[in-house]
Write a protein that binds this ligand. Structure first.
Ligand code: NIG
Ligand code: FE
Length: 388
């Protein structure tokens, strides 16, 4: 099945370095068997079975969301409201979601997951990672991973999210490193740990990640969101694909990241929703580090599925240029998951979003406006905005 997308006013591709976007105008794209088979003038396009006139749309690579917590139950809107009334955020709120998740059936969790994925698609996200971490006991962690593996290949075991209420710290770590990891390893690709105040120390994080690596999992980290405990050095030493949050970085961290293959992933929704000071990425990007932007969608600290929202905040508040932010949400996300998505090139998987916009710049210039008109994964339409 060959589909030709015509009348693409602006087509955006990504290059290898942060902020490297290649823009071409008045293009046609042929999708053959889920892959991009041709990009160029409509006149020189090969024959197709179906033609779709994009009516002057902007085509961008689908966003790659490298950090999301989609397997959970319940909501913490009251906690959010309290916080906006002046109370501070701590990792403690996670326990509320843990209780709700443990009490939910697989079907409840699956339905919530499905709803969130539809939202991701509506925001132009074509590939996402998701993790466990709201079970914090063997049964619910494993259920979470099974549900996650129904929807993505990027499944992350986050048994070490926080120590659950009423459980001794040493005993919990023993469980995570032992029985939980044993059962999680065949279901997950990644091992993650929340290395931060109120969660796990650098030494504990090392134990968790090294145990996961021994079981064949690949490391990534939540670190430096609330404080800088020294997690960046560990992330770089263990060659984590990504270290996420990076709200508090010192000059040594920046130097280490710049010399590494570890992507620094920023989650603007978390600073937004916890009313925290935004980090500034200038010195990190200028030093040559690779950066990604992710939604961190979770019911506590960042309940958004909107990558355009994250891009707009990243540009307005975190020092990203527009091009850097678009790159970070596409190619950067792909690097943070060590895959080859986030580009629009012949041979790439046909993952893209169509924007009803004058330019991709509108993603930051027109905050809060639903610009994504359709989203395609491997050439298949997964979202189309119906006019109202
Ligand atoms: O990425 N930082 C750790 N975990 C989540 C927050 C989870 C929650 O508050 O429920 C995050 O922000
Ligand atoms: Fe997170």
């Amino acid at each position: 099945m060959k589909t030709l997308f015509t009348n693409i006013k602006e087509l955006v591709d990504t290059g290898p370095t942060v902020g490297d976007l290649h823009i071409s105008n008045n293009q046609a794209v042929l999708v053959d068997d889920g892959l991009i088979a041709f990009i160029g003038d409509e006149e020189s396009a090969p024959d197709a079975d179906v033609t779709i006139d994009t009516e002057g749309a902007v085509m961008i690579p689908g966003f790659v969301d490298s950090h999301a917590h989609l397997v959970f139950a319940g909501s913490r809107h009251e906690e959010f409201s309290h916080r906006m009334a002046g109370h501070s955020y701590s990792a403690g709120g996670i326990k509320t979601t843990v209780a709700a998740t443990r009490g939910a059936t697989d079907q409840d969790l699956r339905e919530n997951l499905k709803k969130l994925i539809a939202e991701l698609h509506a925001s132009g996200i074509t590939h996402f990672e998701t993790k466990s971490g709201y079970g914090l006991e063997v049964e619910t962690e494993i259920r979470s991973l099974m549900l996650a593996s129904e929807v993505t290949e990027d499944v992350t075991f986050l048994g070490a999210h926080v120590v659950p209420q009423g459980v001794n710290r040493e005993e919990y770590l023993e469980l995570v490193l032992g029985e939980m990891l044993e059962k999680a390893a065949p279901l997950a690709k990644w091992i993650d740990v929340f290395c931060d105040a109120g969660a796990f120390s650098v030494e504990e994080s090392r134990m968790v990640l090294e145990a996961g690596i021994k079981k064949g999992l690949l490391p990534r980290m939540h670190s430096n969101q609330l404080e800088n405990l020294g997690g960046i050095a560990l992330a770089v030493e263990l060659d984590c694909a990504s270290v996420d949050h990076c709200t508090h970085l010192n000059p040594e961290d920046i130097e280490l990241l710049a010399k590494s293959n570890t992507v620094a992933t920023f989650v603007p929704g978390a600073e937004f929703s916890t009313r925290s000071k935004y980090p500034n990425v200038r010195s990190l990007i200028d030093a040559g580090a690779k950066v990604a932007i992710a939604t961190d969608c979770n019911p506590g600290s960042s309940y958004t599925t909107s990558m355009p929202f994250c891009i707009a905040v990243a540009v307005r508040e975190m020092g990203f240029s527009v091009d850097e932010a678009i790159w970070a949400a596409t190619k950067g996300g792909a690097l943070a998951l060590r895959n080859d998505l986030g580009t629009l090139k012949v041979g790439a998987r046909a993952d893209f979003a169509l924007l009803d916009a004058k330019s991709y710049i509108d993603l930051a210039y027109r905050p809060g406006v639903a610009l994504v008109s359709a989203t395609y994964v491997a050439g298949k339409k997964v979202f189309e905005r119906t006019s109202n």
